[in-house]
Write a protein that binds this ligand. Sequence first.
Ligand code: ATP
Ligand code: MG
Length: 234
Amino acid sequence: MASVLEVNNLTKIYGSDENRVKALDDASFSIEKGEFVLIVGSSGSGKSTLLNMIGLLDRPTKGKVFIDGIDTTKLGDNNISSFRNRKLGFIFQSSNLLSDLTVLENVLLPRQIGGTNGSAEKDARELIKAVGLEPQMNKRANKISGGQTQRAAIARGLINHPTIVLADEPTGNLDSVTSEMIVQLMKSMAKKLNQTFIVVTHEPKYFGVVDKIITIKDGRIFEAEQPSELEVIA
Ligand SMILES: Nc1ncnc2c1ncn2[C@@H]1O[C@H](COP(=O)(O)OP(=O)(O)OP(=O)(O)O)[C@@H](O)[C@H]1O
Ligand SMILES: [Mg+2]
């Protein structure tokens, strides 16, 4: 079976002439179904750039991104958003929940964009329960705490049974105790659902053991199984 993600010689250059920045430099790696992967590196190293290419939010300058064996660089602008909605779930630092909608309505949104079906609401209720938000199910998104907001974002990221969940600094706005709870929740959902996660973080210490750590330095990537292996690089 194909890897869920294959990144081949991915390069991203922003700007031109004196403003030219090579944010990603010939990155290649692959990720298998169910793996929990961290992307780490200092500010400006290219983490979000890499995640945005994998998330099909931006196009690479060079190289390819295969998701479920499909060459996404061949998808036209018309197909790319429906492919993204079906295959990818997103969790951001600030969750981007719509404040006037309830938790349940927010979690359902990606399903409605893709066309609803009878099981959508049942699935959403189950996911909300699984992330520990049952009491807040019908509360408006602007009436819940930061940690609860990220729980809702995790449920929303999972609602379409995506091939990959992509998270960019999902604990960036949270205190350390809440961060650890959100990390544990993502890891337990990953295990329970055999769900692939790729998480950008400044704080790998919260994550403990993961399947793969990709470190970026000046747009170049280094791969390891555990943080200790990367000390030689840092
Ligand atoms: N839209 C853009 N236009 C021009 N340059 C950009 C753009 N986005 C990012 N860059 C540059 O590309 C490089 C990598 O940026 P990126 O946002 O990927 O870093 P990052 O590792 O996510 O940093 P942080 O930890 O601060 O979020 C930086 O030098 C940045 O200034
Ligand atoms: Mg970033």
